[in-house]
Design a protein around this ligand. Sequence first.
Ligand SMILES: *[C@@H]1O[C@H](CO)[C@@H](O)[C@H](O)[C@H]1NC(C)=O
Length: 227
Amino acid sequence: MVTPTPYHLLSPRTIVTKIISMKQQEPEPPKIILQPRHRTSPAMWCAAIVCFAFSVLLILVGLVILIVFLTVKPRTPSFDVAHAALNSVYIGSPPPYFNGDMTLTANISNPNHKIGVVIHSGAIELFFRGRLVSAQALPSFAQRRGQFTVLNVHMLSSQVVLPPEVAVELLNQMKSNKILYTIRGTFKVRERFWSWHYTYRMTAICDLELTAPPSGFLVDRRCTTST
Ligand SMILES: *[C@@H]1O[C@H](CO)[C@@H](O)[C@H](O)[C@H]1NC(C)=O
């Protein structure tokens, strides 16, 4: 066995030569490990970046809408019948037809504390036992936050043909001094905050109970609104 000469006994030149020869013996690291297995194309990178940016944007937009809704809390306008007067009901024959005259006071209010609304394309229809007996268009109007608008609507019915059993029912209700009508109000509501506005349809249904004409008054009403 040849024991290698200790380094301190070698000349500097020999040491350098030794080190260089050791370095050359070192195996080259395999190239494959240093390089990615396959290159991602620039187009793929681009698509990934666009996708990521879009997701972030979507989340931000969602958050902004959520925050706006939580601070503004949009609510639909409310519809109520404050007064109603049944001035006349006349049933003629034959065939049974109906003439009627009713005035009602509708109260439409904007319960929003932060949003003004515009109410347009409004109409009120009057039904007896599901039969349309009168209809009126409403004017358009704007409401500031928390404002209410009172509208007097004259519902006239002229020569409306009724099925005989419905006419009999109306005569019976007049005798018992308890007339049941239904009104339906339909509107388009435009809400606006900042520069953003949107429009939706709103329907109000009210069941009315009135006393008999000529001075019939509103005894009870129950209104529900839906969008
Ligand atoms: C209309 O409705 C608003 C809010 O519901 C109420 O404050 C107001 O007194 C009503 N006005 C009439 C005339 O009924």
